[in-house]
Unconditional design. Structure first.
Lengths: 116, 113
């Protein structure tokens, strides 16, 4: 049973380009969460999605960032017109419908975005 | 607003020492608390998860305690080894908006041979 899969693991973009980060949840999981870890900071919640629905995007920057989780395929975090301050590690986590008995989230390895 | 603080920010110890990492949180209305390990450039590995109704959890050389009323958790590592060198993150899952884990900034541990 594969874990949470994120790709690409590393992404380099120039200022103004677009970055697309993908997350495939664990098998049987339909809830996806995105977190961002800025250099020397803790992880911060960005968005919580279920299939075809954004449940909570209170942690998403208001501009340039968007997320989706289509009926088929991975969840995608999209950052338009990237700036240097977007350089960070972006982590995806998943959980099954209704959560686990323990309320645990399962994290991927992260995607590290570097903006030149 | 829930805030999580971890002390110390960095810790360097010789191999074999027993050590304690501290985590404090401001709002005791939590669903659970989880300790993670993060190696440089890697993802998060879950170490221990303590439900709000529990006092402690143990796994091998690791023991995590939770005192919800005082807003504190400790991670105890016995007989530390160089392979324990990593950043240790504490995260709480609040009872409301419970899908939003709130993380501390971590304790960077270095265990020297």
């Amino acid at each position: 049973n594969a874990g949470v899969m994120q790709n690409p693991r590393h992404l380099v973009r120039r200022r103004g380009q677009e970055a697309r980060l993908r997350c495939s949840p664990m098998k049987g999981h339909s809830h996806v969460y995105w977190y961002r870890q800025l250099p020397e900071e803790g992880l911060k919640f960005m968005v919580y999605l279920q299939k075809e629905n954004i449940i909570d995007e209170s942690g998403m920057p208001k501009e340039r960032f968007s997320a989706e989780f289509p009926k088929e395929g991975p969840s995608i975090l999209r950052i338009q017109q990237v700036v240097r301050g977007d350089s960070a590690a972006y982590f995806c986590a998943s959980s099954p419908p209704g959560g686990t008995d323990t309320g645990e989230l399962f994290f991927g390895e992260g995607s590290r975005l570097t903006v030149l | 607003k829930q805030e999580v603080t971890q002390i110390p920010a960095a810790l360097s110890v010789p191999e074999g020492e027993n050590l304690v990492l501290n985590c404090s949180f401001t709002d005791s209305a939590i669903y659970n608390l989880q300790w993670f390990r993060q190696d440089p450039g890697k993802g998060l590995t879950s170490l221990l998860l303590i439900q709000s109704s529990q006092r402690e959890q143990t796994s091998g050389r690791l023991n995590a305690s939770l005192d919800k009323s005082s807003g504190r958790s400790t991670l105890y590592i016995a007989a530390s080894q160089p392979g324990d060198s990593a950043t240790y993150l504490c995260a709480v899952r609040p009872r409301t908006g419970f899908q939003k884990l709130v993380f501390g900034t971590g304790t960077r541990l270095l265990v020297s041979p």
